[in-house]
Design a protein around this ligand. Sequence first.
Ligand code: ARG
Length: 273
Amino acid sequence: MRQPRILMCPPDHYGIEYEINPWMSRSRGASQERAHSQWNALCQTLRQLGVVIELLPPQPGVPDLVFTANAGLIYQQRFFTSRFRHEVRAREEPYFDAWFGAHGFTVAHLPEGMYFEGAGDALFCGSALFAGYRIRSDVQGHQWLGQQLTIQVLPLELVNPHYYHLDTCFCPLAPGEAIYHPQAFDAYGCKVLEANIPTLIPVNEAEAARFGCNAVVVGKQVVVNTGCPQLMKDLERRGYQPIAVELDEFLKAGGSAKCLTIRLDGEEAALWR
Ligand code: ARG
């Protein structure tokens, strides 16, 4: 069996140095020591699940580089680099380009002026790409990707600033199965999800705020932040094995398990893998 591969970036330069989402507060900051131990625990947990962890070298001056989910979109051996909405994160783009270019991927860029924040806003469930827009990514960027890859793209408007990336409120588990936080979408978005994904597991307000939807799926194992007991029960009932890892230091930047990872060989729910 092929081994799952995930790219992560050690939090050597992680910190809260600006505020670009409602979770971030410079005055509250983050602890380097705790960030390291939590990140190590996530890394260890994934290795125990049989995942090969690849490391992106940490870089000073780009504190959010740890959130490799935002590197870009991977489709087979093609890599489409993100175009970040905020300049503070756009500085990360060259590092992602360099890593993917050096590791066997064909690197492509979206046309200028189209914002796109990678796997943070674009997740495959079955053959379709579910794509969050408005707060960070633009719908035009998603449409352009759909044309390039000749895949179906289902745009979902994100209406709640706390759930500014799609991966903060939606997580495909397998083709036809996903978890989501309904209040992060408008009525139309919920309809699109319901019409295209037969099994949808809702995550309640309190556990969505613990970033329960920001989970890493490896086969039947689902790694999530601590503090999501109801979600863990619901996952068990569906035949999954949830594993809790405390990631609070990253919640302070508006991220959790999924944001800290990008699956190089395709997400479990992506039919193309
Ligand atoms: N502080 C980062 C930002 O606002 C957090 C990114 C979290 N990543 C994610 N895939 N949701 O951009």
